[in-house]
Design a protein around this ligand. Structure first.
Ligand SMILES: Nc1ncnc2c1ncn2[C@@H]1O[C@H](COP(=O)(O)OP(=O)(O)OP(=O)(O)O)[C@@H](O)[C@H]1O
Length: 774
């Protein structure tokens, strides 16, 4: 048996191929000499199977690598011993191979071995070459001293030198014979086998490793602890993973599979299929969990990408806008540039043109003369500027005074009207040849005689049947001025059919009514004010069954809506015609009335079954004061106020009557609320009151004519209307003196003047007859 080689081989382990030899690997080394051929032949013939490798234990106490290095250094100092091979092998005898390491003086370490007295070495290409004789003087064989004996190990046996301990072992490999194994420590434990062919320590295949003593012992330990675990290959693989620590392998398996492995499988059957499927399930769960987490991450990424995408879309939009804006700006700048270029060109051309003729030379004497003359003008010019300045400030003062006066005049005039009552009610008795049921007592009182009873009623003014149209208009005259001053003014006529409403409002061509006269007066006042320019616009509509119809619309009376914006009430879409003269106004009104009648005929109704509203907007602009004013004159011919019971209306007529009654009742409710100074005034209870809201609230002025028929046959209706005025006549109405004294609140003064109206319109069922004339 050969002796072991020096452990100084170990540094070469660092350069070992990290290759795990496969059981089927073939030896590719080709010996060069005949002796090598012999060796090769032996190997090929399978004689190598009979070769024995004697692993000489040169270290039994497990020395550290450091100690080994130290020994190596000592060895290096020793004289070179001739490593002649002495052993021979006879035919049929056991063949010995002697492994050696030769360190050439050029620093190369060669693996060598002897066979039948022939020494060969492994060259760089891993081929066997005859050992050159001259090398004996160019290097030395490396051997080591046995630690225990202090004997130098022979170099004749060229074996890999390792210390014999439990890490050392040997295995028999089919086709290769017995190979030496050793468990090296390279960060972790790694089991290698000595490959004499290559002279390298190669990684062991798992199949081989299972048979290594070092591994076998540990596999045995695991199996004894976990009898249920019987697959030695698996245990070997697990040992590799756990750095050949059997306790760790036991712990891992026990943790994974529990007590099931503590007992041997019945009949020695492997339960690996079950365990493997269990393991596969665990693995699958783990994979599923990983996939879920990946999915969540991906979903988050998708969300983020979506958000990012929408953000980018917005950004792109914004940038597109910016680019457009910049392009526009650029175009403008280009245009400016062009323009400037044009200017520069024209200036250059001008410069190029011939110089202007030289100025006439003025003699110094003449210049002094001119200066003297100019000096004479300086004084008067200064005075003139001063005068002009004074005049300007005077004009400004006058303008301010004028403005103040104009405002004051309007204010005083308005107060005067307020004292009379913002809403005034007049009673007009129609002419009649029949026996009369009315007796006029004085300018403010009237008596209704019916079935022997005499009842007295009071109004702001009572007009007898003989009263003229002029007299009627005189009652409304003050409010026309108010309209020109910028206040809203409204004139209404109320009464039963045939009581003279239209006569009062329209009159005839020869003897016009309130509306024409009001318009004329309005135009007259406007024309008087030279420094104020006025714009007049007229509109006409009817309210029938709570529907607004435009009477000036060219395409027929379209129904309209009322729109409220702040305090203003408007009718969008209503035709408004600008007029300048009386003729203009009359022409427009004529057209409106015509349309009113046509519409009434179409609907098979009498025109008096709807309310007619004519509005004249007056807008003034004072050139001197700079003040502007805007007022509206509204002329309203209300529908007949007959009681439904009297007309015995049915069908369409009943609907009309109900609509009329509703709007007139709403009008009464508005006046009641105004009288009580109520917080809420129900203007929106009907289209009529809603439309008239600007004429009935605030500083607006209203004149109401109550037309009554003196005919005995109309006595009931006449009394009915008059009875409604009962509270006014009976003393509920404040006297003028009281009203003047009680001017605490304008609203109170306003409604005091409307006492007759709200009672008259709002309290249909009040038949208290305490106003009987004694
Ligand atoms: N004060 C008056 N002087 C002379 N004639 C009058 C007077 N009042 C009314 N009449 C005449 O009485 C008739 C009816 O008057 P008017 O048409 O004005 O009534 P109405 O109340 O408008 O009726 P309707 O509601 O049907 O329109 C007319 O012929 C009108 O000329």
């Amino acid at each position: 048996m050969g002796s072991g080689a020096s452990v100084s081989e170990e540094p070469r382990l660092d350069t070992l191929e990290a290759r795990e030899a496969e059981p089927g690997d073939t030896w590719t080394s080709t010996p060069a000499g005949g002796s090598n051929d012999t060796l090769q032949a032996d190997l090929k013939e399978g004689k190598a199977e009979s070769h024995t490798v004697d692993v000489q234990s040169v270290k039994s106490d497990g020395g550290t690598s450091k100690e080994m290095e130290e020994e190596e250094e000592e060895e290096a100092a020793q004289p070179v011993v001739d490593p002649a091979v002495t052993e021979t092998a006879a035919e049929g005898e056991e063949v010995s191979l002697h492994f050696e390491s030769f360190l050439h003086e050029n620093g190369t370490l060669y693996s060598c071995f002897s066979h039948h007295g022939n020494r060969v070495y492994v060259d760089e290409s891993q081929k066997l070459q005859p050992f050159p004789k001259e090398w004996y003087n160019q290097g030395h064989f490396i051997a080591t001293r046995s630690k225990g004996s202090g004997q130098l190990q022979t170099h004749g046996s060229s074996q890999p030198t390792v210390w014999e301990d439990d890490r050392t072992g040997s295995i028999y490999v089919q086709g290769r014979g017995t190979v030496m194994t050793y468990m090296f420590v390279e960060r972790v434990n790694i089991c290698r086998f000595w490959d004499p062919e290559s002279g390298l320590w190669l990684l062991l295949p798992l199949q081989w490793e299972m048979n290594a003593e070092f591994v076998k012992a540990r596999v045995q330990r695991v199996t004894s602890a976990l009898p249920g675990l019987v697959d030695q290959k698996e245990i070997t693989a697990a040992l590799r993973q756990c750095n050949y620590d059997p306790d760790e392998v036991i712990s891992v398996y026990h943790t994974m599979f529990g007590d099931i492995l503590l007992q041997a499988s019945p009949g020695g059957n492997h339960n690996y299929p079950d365990l493997n499927s269990f393991r596969a399930l665990l693995e699958r769960d783990r994979v599923i969990e990983d996939l879920k987490q990946t999915l969540q991450t991906k979903e988050k990424e998708v969300d983020n990408l979506f958000q990012r995408n929408s953000h980018l879309v917005r950004e792109v939009r914004y940038l597109t806008d910016v680019v457009q804006h910049l392009n526009q700006k650029l175009a403008e700048l280009e245009a400016d540039k062009q323009e400037l270029w044009e200017k520069i060109r024209s200036l250059l051309n001008r410069r190029a043109s011939p110089a202007p003729p030289a100025k006439p030379v003025i003699k110094p004497a003449a210049l002094a003369d001119i200066k003297n003359h100019l000096g004479q003008f300086e004084g008067p010019l200064g005075k003139l500027a001063q005068v002009e300045q004074e005049a300007t400030s005077e004009v400004e003062k006058l303008r301010s005074l004028y403005r103040k006066e104009a405002v004051e005049r309007k204010s005083v005039y308005n107060k005067l009207l307020e004292l009379q009552g913002n809403i005034r009610v007049f009673c007009r008795c129609r002419k009649s040849s029949a026996s009369s049921c009315l007796e006029k007592i004085d300018d403010q009182e009237v008596v209704v005689v019916q079935k022997g009873s005499r009842k007295k009623f009071q109004f702001d003014k009572v007009y007898s049947p003989s009263s003229t149209q002029e007299a009627m208009f005189a009652g409304t005259l003050p409010v026309i001025t108010s309209c020109v001053d910028g206040y809203n003014v409204c004139i209404l006529v109320y009464g039963q059919t045939g009581s003279g409403k239209t006569y009062t409002m329209m009159g005839s061509k020869e003897n016009p009514g309130v509306n024409i006269r009001s318009v004329r007066e309005l135009l007259r006042i406007c024309s008087e004010k030279e420094k104020v320019s006025y714009t007049l616009k007229i509109s006409m509509l009817e309210i029938y069954n709570e529907t607004l119809n435009d009477l000036l619309a060219k395409s027929g009376g379209a129904s309209l809506d009322i729109r409220v914006l702040g305090k203003s009430v408007s009718v969008p879409g209503l035709t408004r015609v600008e007029v300048r003269t009386e003729a203009d106004i009359l022409a427009v009104m004529e057209m409106g009335e015509k349309n009113w009648k046509i519409a009434s005929t179409k609907m098979n109704i009498q025109s008096s079954r709807s309310h007619l509203v004519v509005a004249l907007e007056v807008e003034g602009s004072d050139e001197v004061s700079g003040l502007t004013s805007r007022g509206t004159l509204t002329l309203c011919d209300l529908a007949g106020s007959e009681r439904i019971s009297k007309t015995e209306a049915e069908g369409q007529r009943l609907v009309e009557a109900a609509a009329i009654n509703k709007s007139l009742t709403a009008l009464g409710q508005v006046f009641s609320a105004l009288k009580c100074n109520a917080i809420h005034v129900p203007f929106r209870n009907s289209k009529l009151t809603h439309l008239l809201q600007p004429c009935l609230s605030g500083d607006a002025k209203c004149c109401m004519f109550v037309n009554v028929s003196p005919d005995a046959k109309d006595a009931v209706e006449t009394e009915h209307a008059a009875v409604r005025l009962h509270h006014t006549a009976g003393g509920a109405r404040q006297s003028d003196a009281e009203r003047h004294a009680g001017e605490k609140q304008k609203r109170q003064v306003d409604v005091s003047g409307t006492g007759s109206l709200w009672t008259f319109l709002g309290d249909n069922n009040n038949n208290n007859n305490n106003n009987n004339v004694q």
